[in-house]
Design a protein around this ligand. Structure first.
Ligand SMILES: [Zn+2]
Length: 374
């Protein structure tokens, strides 16, 4: 039985269901990021109540603190963290390659780097990435890949593509947890030929799902959207397609329109930590004095636990006083905002009205005032 079923299509976009060992994931799906085994400041029941069906855990961080052996001994990441729904873990590759100062050497076998926690030398290979994720017991494991920063010489990008394929083939044969799905990752930046080559090579390996990596890493945004528009449809149609690292409202709508099924981003919780709220009026910086006597909720159309009960004035008060509840309310709201947007897009696909839905939302975003400085 296939782990993925497409239930509706609308242009290039699709709605569907991914079946995992810990439940179904309706797609398109926004995945809140629980870097260290927690969606920052939120109880798992709250995350579930917001409408999240899957969360993401970071292999790199969990490997170093507290370690996959500890987590495995305590029943795996689901039992350890109290989240009993589907979990996707990344491979750790993104952290290894984005923390450039700690990178020591890359060869065909793997990558050597220093731990960001205590500087000890460490080595990741596809087999290590598989073993850690098997220990964590995630429902979806990701392949170790090489994600170069934008603007690297083409030869470096080509080498990243070559090694990413080499590693993907090895990880496919490596250890996995019972019922664990494994997704491959295509690299190639925005280079048409290399991206296409990587997609062909990764697709040919026959993973349970496929991701576009190495995009949304600081390259020109329009070029990124152009790339996803032609690249996403090249990924196997019968398997889930994952765009790694996008989660702003416009980005979500555009990758869904291109045929992407799942995506993740730290934006909602990181934005909360800066004291800001995502709304249809734009991004509100609650530190701004203009909210001091504002009785309205963060967003009039939102039914999250923050908007149901609290005013902008109160949230501003909490934020300016560094009260923990301020961070929690903003995290709840921002996550709900993006989960609602994704659910709205899913419903629009089922009705065959995604284009109108997207146009209306993008128009609202375009009319919103520019983000205020914090
Ligand atoms: Zn809200």
């Amino acid at each position: 039985m296939s782990a993925f079923e497409v239930t509706a299509t609308d242009g290039a976009a699709r709605a569907g269901v991914i079946r995992t060992a810990h439940g179904d994931i309706p797609t398109p799906a926004f995945m809140p990021v629980g870097t260290k085994g927690t969606v920052k400041s939120l109880h798992p029941d709250e995350v579930r109540a917001l409408g999240a069906h899957v969360i993401l855990g970071n292999t790199y961080h969990l490997h170093f603190r507290p370690g996959e052996d500890t987590i495995a001994e305590l029943g795996g990441l689901h039992a350890f963290s109290g989240w009993d729904g589907p979990i996707l873990t990344d491979s750790g590759g993104f952290q290894v390659f984005s923390l450039r100062d700690t990178l020591l050497a890359v060869d065909d076998d793997g990558v050597t780097f220093r731990s960001v926690y205590d500087g000890t030398q460490e080595r990741f290979t596809p087999e290590v990435a598989a073993r850690i994720q098997a220990g964590l017991g995630s429902d979806i494991a990701m392949c170790l890949d090489i994600c170069p920063p934008p603007g690297v010489p083409r030869a470096e990008l080509e080498e990243a593509v070559r090694r990413t394929t080499l590693w993907a083939a090895r990880q496919l044969e490596a250890e996995r947890a019972p019922g664990q799905l494994v997704f491959g990752i295509a690299q190639g930046g925005t280079d048409p030929e290399l991206r296409r080559r990587s997609i062909d090579e990764i697709s040919a390996l026959g993973f349970d799902g496929n991701a576009l990596g190495g995009l949304s890493v600081g390259e020109d945004r329009e070029l990124m959207f152009e790339t996803v528009a032609w690249a996403a449809p090249l990924l196997p149609a019968r398997r889930p397609r994952y765009f790694m690292g996008i989660g702003d409202p416009e980005g979500i709508l555009r990758v869904i329109g291109a045929g992407i099924d799942m995506f993740d981003c730290v934006l909602p919780t990181r934005t909360a930590r800066t004291g800001s709220a995502l709304t249809w009026e734009g991004r509100l910086n609650l530190r701004n004095a203009r909210f001091a006597r504002d009785p309205r909720p963060l967003d009039e159309s939102c039914a999250c636990p923050a908007c149901e009960r609290f005013s902008r004035a109160y949230v501003r008060h909490l934020v300016t006083q560094d009260e923990l509840l301020g961070l929690r309310l903003l995290s709840l709201h921002n996550l709900r905002f993006l989960l609602d947007l994704t659910a709205g897009a899913r419903a629009a696909i089922a009705r065959g009205e995604l284009q109108a839905f997207t146009a209306e939302r993008l128009a609202r975003l375009a009319a919103a005032p520019k983000e205020e400085a914090s």
